[in-house]
Design a protein around this ligand. Sequence first.
Ligand SMILES: C=CC1=C(C)c2cc3[nH]c(cc4nc(cc5[nH]c(cc1n2)c(C)c5CCC(=O)O)C(CCC(=O)O)=C4C)c(C)c3C=C
Ligand SMILES: [Fe+2]
Ligand SMILES: [Fe+2]
Length: 343
Amino acid sequence: MKGVLLVNLGSPDSPTAKDVKPYLDEFLMDPRVIDVPNWLRNIIVRGIILQTRPKKSAEAYQKIWWEDGSPLIVISERFSEKVGKQIEIPVALGMRYGSMTIKNALQELNDKGVDEVLLVPLYPQYAMSSFETVVVKTMEEQEKYFPNMHLTTLPAFYKNEEYIKVLSESIAEGLKGFEYDHVLFSYHGIPERHIRKSDPTKFHCKIDGKCCTTNSVAHNTCYRHQCYDTTRRVTEYLGLDQDKFSVSFQSRLPNDPWLKPFTDFEFERLAKEGKKRLAVVTPAFVADCLETLEEIAMEGKNQFEEAGGESYKHIGCLNDSDDWVKVMAGWIEAWQNTEALPA
Ligand SMILES: C=CC1=C(C)c2cc3[nH]c(cc4nc(cc5[nH]c(cc1n2)c(C)c5CCC(=O)O)C(CCC(=O)O)=C4C)c(C)c3C=C
Ligand SMILES: [Fe+2]
Ligand SMILES: [Fe+2]
């Protein structure tokens, strides 16, 4: 019997340093997130980052926490429930990190008699620190605990026409009634090294401004290409002029070159260039979370206004909108009936 496993990143159990610390430990000790030798990762994560970050992160989580829990988890649960109502086969939700484990979600499917699973990493773009780690972890759990299960992975859907349509239309809705000078497409950042590591050709991705627009098989796993391509497709759909939008990358850790331009620097640059009315969209995430609600909607607004900006709007993610639920349910039904995966 067929079933579906939706997987997102995960959140701490509560917005306290006590719960944030083990969550960040699991997250940052993942070798696909901080990709250095084990001994060095131990020093960086446990000896340095975890000494101070849990308190700071907990304070940020407190600002965005909902009565029902972490926005990322609550939204993912609502999405999963709505998708479940539109399809005939069982759906389970798991998180890569934290207490809503992938193993428990697979167990839930197994208990319902599922032995053919469609794995859906809830990331539009491929990155080894997001999409790939979900796939690897799910395969490990399946092989270890559910050897009779068969897994199929839904590919990163950044260029799928239905996804682009639903994303573009939700952005258009968010822009309605908001007089804007500029739309900033802010994606989660990653270290530049991750781009080179994910390049199967080992020579294409030079992050030189040209490689991401030069055709290559490397783009199947190039996060930077996929972010720019998502933006190109959405802005074409919306008919936005070239000088009305730009791309940036948010959330970075120190001591490594990360993808540029940085979102916080862009707030300053745009305000100083006279783009006083700014809309920000965050298409690396399908559900609003700490990175969108605190870093962009709250901190970003302050940064932009301090730099001279006048009006600012963060347009939320697709979340559990009915149109997005319909798109996901359609992909699942196509796989259920014909094994076809979205292109
Ligand atoms: C080396 C560090 C990190 C990489 C690489 C990274 C990639 C990456 N992350 C997401 C999505 C999310 N990240 C979130 C939070 C978050 N990310 C990092 C670090 C890296 N992410 C940290 C330390 C944190 C925790 C918060 C903090 O201390 O600042 C979240 C939010 C989770 C939530 O509970 O709301 C998401 C979502 C992607 C898509 C990605 C690669 C493309
Ligand atoms: Fe992250
Ligand atoms: Fe590239």
